[in-house]
Ligand binder design. Structure first.
Ligand code: IPE
Ligand code: IPE
Ligand code: MG
Length: 246
C-alpha cells in the first residue's frame, strides 16, 4: 500500500520507541536476541528511509535506564549488536550525522569507543541526524540537568528568574534538536516508558501493534501520512488554527 505524503509537511523530528523485538522472536520460537538482531536491520532501513523523506532528526530509543534490569546476557548481546551494527560507510554514503544521548559514562568502554568514533567521523554530515538513546531515560536526563543548574546557581552564574522553559531546554542533552513532532511506538504498548517527557509536551503520538522487526519503510510512511492528517492546535481552537491566527 502506498501512502500519499505531502513533501512540505514532513515532520522535522521523528522519535521512535522500537519495541517488540523479544515478542517477535518468541512468536517464531527464537531466542530474544534474534529479535534484537533483526531490530538492528530495521533501524538501519528506517534511518535510510527517513533520510530519503527529508526527516531532519530521528531519535531511536535503543536501551533505557530501566533496561539495565534485564538479564546480563541480553544486555551484553544488545551492546555487542550496537558495536557491530554501526557502519561508518553507510552514514557517510547517506550524509547522516550520528549522535548519542543517555548516560554515556555508564556504557561499556567498547560502546563508548565505537560510538565516539562514529560521532567524530560523521560530525560534519548535513543530512539526517540519527540520535541513538542508550542508557537513557527522561527522568535521568531531567535529574542531571537540575543538578547542573543547581551548581550554576551555587556558583552565582544562574539566577532563579533566568530558569525559563527555553533555558531548561537549552541545558538538556537534546538541546541540539527541536522537540519531536511525531513519536512512533511499535509493539502494541500504549506508554511512553520514560522517553523524552519534557520534549514531548506537544508531540503527536502514533502507536502500532507491529513488532519492531516487522516495521518497514512503508510503515514509516504510513505513520507520517497519519501525522499529516492531524491538526496541531497548541491549545487554540480549530477555527483559529484554520485562520492561521498567531
Ligand atoms: C525493544 O524490544 C528493544 C529493547 C528494549 C532493547 P523488547 O526487547 O522490549 O521486546 P519485547 O517488548 O520484550 O517484545
Ligand atoms: C522501551 O521498551 C525502551 C526501548 C525501546 C529501548 P521496553 O520494552 O523496555 O519498555 P517497557 O518497560 O515495556 O515499558
Ligand atoms: Mg519491550
Amino acid at each position: 500500500m502506498e501512502y500519499e505524503l505531502n513533501r512540505d509537511q514532513i515532520p522535522a523530528h521523528v522519535a521512535i520507541i522500537m519495541d517488540g523485538n523479544g515478542r517477535w522472536a518468541k512468536a517464531k520460537g527464537l531466542p530474544r536476541t534474534a529479535g534484537h538482531v533483526e531490530g538492528v536491520e530495521r533501524a538501519k532501513q528506517i534511518t535510510e528511509e527517513a533520510t530519503r523523506l527529508g526527516v531532519k532528526f530521528l531519535t531511536l530509543y535503543t536501551f533505557s535506564t530501566e533496561n539495565w534490569n534485564r538479564p546480563d546476557a541480553e544486555i551484553e548481546a544488545i551492546f555487542n549488536l550496537l558495536v557491530t551494527g554501526l557502519e561508518d560507510e553507510v552514514f557517510m554514503k547517506n550524509n547522516v550525522r550520528f549522535r548519542v544521548i543517555g548516560d554515556f559514562d555508564r556504557l561499556p568502554l567498547s560502546v563508548q569507543k565505537r560510538t565516539r568514533e562514529c560521532m567524530d567521523k560523521t560530525a560534519g554530515n548535513t543530512g539526517t541526524t540519527m540520535v541513538v538513546a542508550i542508557s537513557y531515560s527522561s527522568r535521568w536526563e531531567l535529574t542531571q540537568t537540575m543538578q547542573k543548574m543547581a551548581r550554576q546557581a551555587t556558583e552565582g552564574k544562574l539566577k532563579p528568574e533566568e530558569i525559563t522553559e527555553d533555558y531548561i531546554s537549552s541545558q538538556l542533552q537534546t538541546a541540539f534538536m527541536p522537540d519531536p513532532d511525531l513519536l512512533i511506538r511499535t509493539g502494541g504498548e500504549y506508554r511512553i516508558s520514560n522517553y523524552l517527557l519534557w520534549q514531548c509536551a506537544y508531540t503527536e503520538f502514533y502507536y502500532c501493534d507491529t513488532y519492531w522487526p516487522d516495521f518497514h519503510e512503508e510503515d514509516l510512511r504510513k505513520a507520517i501520512a497519519d501525522f499529516q492528517h492531524r491538526q496541531r492546535r497548541y491549545g487554540k481552537t480549530g477555527e483559529q488554527v484554520e485562520k492561521n491566527e498567531n
